[in-house]
Design a protein around this ligand. Structure first.
Ligand code: ADP
Ligand code: MG
Length: 496
């Protein structure tokens, strides 16, 4: 199973669809440029084009960038530029929220560093034993990439020292804060030399990011990008529907394209409710996001969608505002929005640098004026397709790959992701590939596990211990199934 936070990218990346700016514009060594060409990086992604001139000039940087936008090179190139390969101390450190992300960054940095001989890059992540990491550190590494907890561990034992550090990177800073790493990050930053370059990447800007940057960065420059990136590969298709077949058509699209995660936009709340009912009746695992949800319910919906235990999130534009989720396989416009800018905003939720995203729209005959307005805004004719082209790609129902276990107990109980992972992979006997995203809130912990092991995992966790304590565990249902009575549903008012 790939990492649930962001799928790993092993295939050779495709060149971004639109012509961007070339790396040649930057002051990079010829060997570095040659290596980028070899990797197939012909043009910079938007975040790279916006941030590299600043970071390569040595400035501190705060950049807003989502998963899949090409961040690793955006911090990797300046970090490698600061490096002295003859020095044998750790000169650069990248902090990431999870082990999987740290491993991905490590691999990508190794590819970027190929033009230099003998640059040692080491991953310091939890879940693997300390000793080999300590030995590797002893042999000398130029760059370390790790999770805050494990880095802190090494610092406390003295196996890692930071006197020679010249670049500090915080990757996916908002995620790290969500996971409760503020204290570790602050403590680690304090141990770094004052004279250094700090680069911070985050998809959103909660207030703690401002606090972090005020405390630990020197006159950082900020880079933010408009929603729809030139590098995003979004395939847009329009389907004409009769008004009364609109909701069924959504199910046809899902069965045909079979995206893992889909955001379905409705124009009204009533349409959200109706669609949710239709989808659930057909066996889809769908949840709705609307203004009537309490904060806790909203959190639960988003957690389940982000960790891939819910296939479809149904939402209005208002409810989806400020939603921080990775790029999705598909966005469905259940109805055509009267505002073309809203259309652009909606479809910007799909399509990564290296992976196609689908933007599928259902339009009834009386909505053609709206479609024309959209065509003008995007600057091309829209592509029409017929609903009868849609064939179910499989007879099996479309199910999400994961299921969410809810554990009573969270930050208050000092539960950390490593405790949960440890409980599942230790005593319970699962392997870490079967465990997805772990989210810890004040009093509750959510962990995504492979759908096929959900029941067994719930049973074994309930019988075992997490952080030395017995815990209550239940499976969150997102298909409207009957649930145990004590269960508090994610969508309480499913007033269908
Ligand atoms: P992020 O860290 O923002 O999620 P990555 O740095 O992992 O994104 O990059 C996502 C994918 O895009 C990777 O497969 C990477 O190799 C590829 N990529 C990055 N920059 C470029 C580029 N300039 N041209 C083509 N592909 C790129
Ligand atoms: Mg990354």
């Amino acid at each position: 199973m790939p990492d649930q936070i962001s799928p790993s990218f092993t295939a050779m990346p495709a060149v971004p669809a639109t012509v961007g700016e070339s790396f040649e514009k930057l002051s990079l060594a010829p060997a570095v440029l040659a290596n980028l060409r070899q990797l197939g990086y012909l043009n910079m992604t938007p975040i790279q084009a916006a941030s590299l001139p600043i970071s390569l000039a040595g400035h501190d940087l705060i950049a807003q960038a989502k998963t899949g936008s090409g961040k690793t090179a955006a911090f990797g190139l300046p970090l490698l530029g600061n490096l002295n390969p003859r020095g044998f101390n750790v000169q650069a450190m990248v902090m990431c929220p999870t082990r999987e992300l740290a491993d991905q960054v490590t691999q990508e940095l190794r590819r970027l560093a190929r033009s230099e001989d003998n640059i040692k890059i080491l991953a310091l992540v939890g879940g693997s034993p300390m000793r080999p990491q300590m030995l590797s550190l002893d042999h000398g590494a130029h760059i370390v990439v790790g999770t805050p907890g494990r880095i802190m561990d090494h610092l406390q034992r003295g196996s890692l020292t930071l006197e020679a550090l010249n670049t500090l990177v915080l990757d996916e800073a908002d995620r790290m804060l969500d996971m409760g790493f503020y204290g570790e990050i602050a403590a680690i930053a304090k141990l770094c030399p004052k004279k250094r370059q700090t680069l911070l990447f985050s998809a959103t800007f909660p207030p703690e990011i401002g606090e972090l940057s005020k405390r630990f960065m020197r006159q950082p420059q900020e880079v933010k990008l408009p929603e729809l990136h030139a590098g995003d590969k979004i395939r847009q298709r329009f389907y004409q529907v009769a008004k009364d077949r609109r909701l069924e058509a959504v199910a046809l699209l899902l069965n045909h394209y079979r995206p893992v995660s889909t955001l379905a936009f409705c124009n009204t709340r009533q349409q959200c409710r109706d669609l949710l009912q239709v989808l659930r009746e057909q066996g889809f695992h769908a949840l709705a996001l609307h203004g009537e949800l309490e904060q806790r319910e909203r959190d639960q919906v988003l957690i389940q969608f982000a960790n891939r235990s819910c296939s479809v999130l149904v939402a209005t534009d208002v409810a989806a505002r400020g939603l921080d989720i990775d790029k999705l396989e598909a966005v469905i416009n259940v109805d055509v929005t009267p505002d073309p800018e809203v259309y652009i905003h909606r479809i910007g939720r799909t399509g990564r640098v290296d992976q196609d995203g689908w933007a599928l729209s259902l339009a009834s005959e009386n909505q053609m004026k709206r479609v024309d307005a959209i065509a003008r805004e995007i600057g091309t004719e829209v592509e029409w397709h017929a609903l009868d082209e849609l064939q179910p790609a499989s007879r099996k129902p479309l199910l999400p790959p994961m299921a969410t276990l809810q554990i009573l107990g969270g930050r208050k109980e000092k539960i950390r992701p490593a405790d949960v992972l440890g409980a599942l992979t230790g005593e319970a006997g699962f392997n870490s590939a079967q465990v997805g995203k772990i989210t810890i809130t004040e009093s509750t912990t959510y962990v995504a596990v492979d759908r096929s092991i959900a029941h067994e995992a719930q049973r074994r966790l309930s019988e075992g211990k997490v952080k030395g304590r017995t815990v209550k565990v239940r499976i969150l249902a997102v298909d409207g199934e009957a649930r145990p009575r004590e269960y508090v549903p994610a969508v309480k008012r499913r007033d269908a």
